[in-house]
Design a protein around this ligand. Sequence first.
Ligand code: ADP
Ligand code: MG
Length: 348
Amino acid sequence: MSQIKLGILGGGQLGSMLSVAAKKLNIETIIYCNDPEAPAQNFCNEFICAEYNDKNKIYDFAHKVDVITYEFENIPYETLNELNKLKTVSPKPSVNRLIQHRIAEKDFINKLNIRTTRYVLIQSKDDLLPLDDFLPGILKTTTLGYDGKGQYPINNIKEIESLKIDYNKEYILEKLVKLKKEISVIITRFSNNKYEIYEPIENTHENQILRNSKIPAEISDKLFNQSKEWAISIAEELKYIGTLCVEFFIDRNDNLYVNEIAPRVHNSGHLTINAYNISQFENHVRAVCSLNQISLKKKSNAEMVNLIGNQIVPYRNNHKLDDNQFFFDYLKKEIKEKRKMGHITTLK
Ligand code: ADP
Ligand code: MG
């Protein structure tokens, strides 16, 4: 069989790690991204730098590849839909459109009888004022948010004046959950009732950015099983192809809530590269390229720590690592505060 060419929209670290996984499977990757500095250009076979709405470039890209996926959920739906007319896009564009919008996403989850935080759509300042019982809460833009961007924690109505909220945008107001823990479940679905699922991962965030992830998560068997069951229901209902991550909250009474769904490989799953026989990235490539499914085997417990901003510097300067530690540098040129620059995984 001739070599498969996989097209990937988005050129961040997730695109890099997908390219590395593809190479191992003898699959070529062509990355399409609007950022000329995109780090994934260091890892893929070919890099196309153009805007996501550049019809000619998108058309050329489609003709170069056999299948298409994405590593970043904020790709315009129109682009994914146009591409899907030329080559198969997995996960399918309608999944991305649903999940891109925080209200549509939560409506979908609740229809499956799966708990989310309480939420309400906010289109103007007047919508916010009578919502005392949703406070303390977090106001989030309905679309285009990531790593806590576009989020405003609100403790009481009086704070709203000082927040400089841009009401030209649409928001969701979510009641704050009194968090005991956050976990995520990563699942790769191949077709009807065929999937590989990783055990729940325990995540710690600082300032709404993921700081570290570890397995095993310190949770009850009930939550272990319930989170996996919910992730399976979501993946089946979406008829999802590829790797998906479900982020969960656990409150102080051990109630489980779905926070959000990421229709892609996920930062909390970086530890799967070292802790499992098949990583979330390889499984994603296998599923979207219709390769065979291999049973998952966990090799080790693990902890992953994100290196944010300047934290990368000592590791770039040959900081000593133990034999059970693995350092990943995303090769981003500019170090910025709050920017994920790399990570360290330690097997335990
Ligand atoms: P992003 O798309 O930026 O990942 P999330 O909705 O996942 O946005 O929020 C980022 C983090 O902020 C969460 O992982 C959690 O730590 C905190 N957070 C967000 N919403 C809530 C909430 N309703 N209650 C408690 N914590 C929250
Ligand atoms: Mg999140």
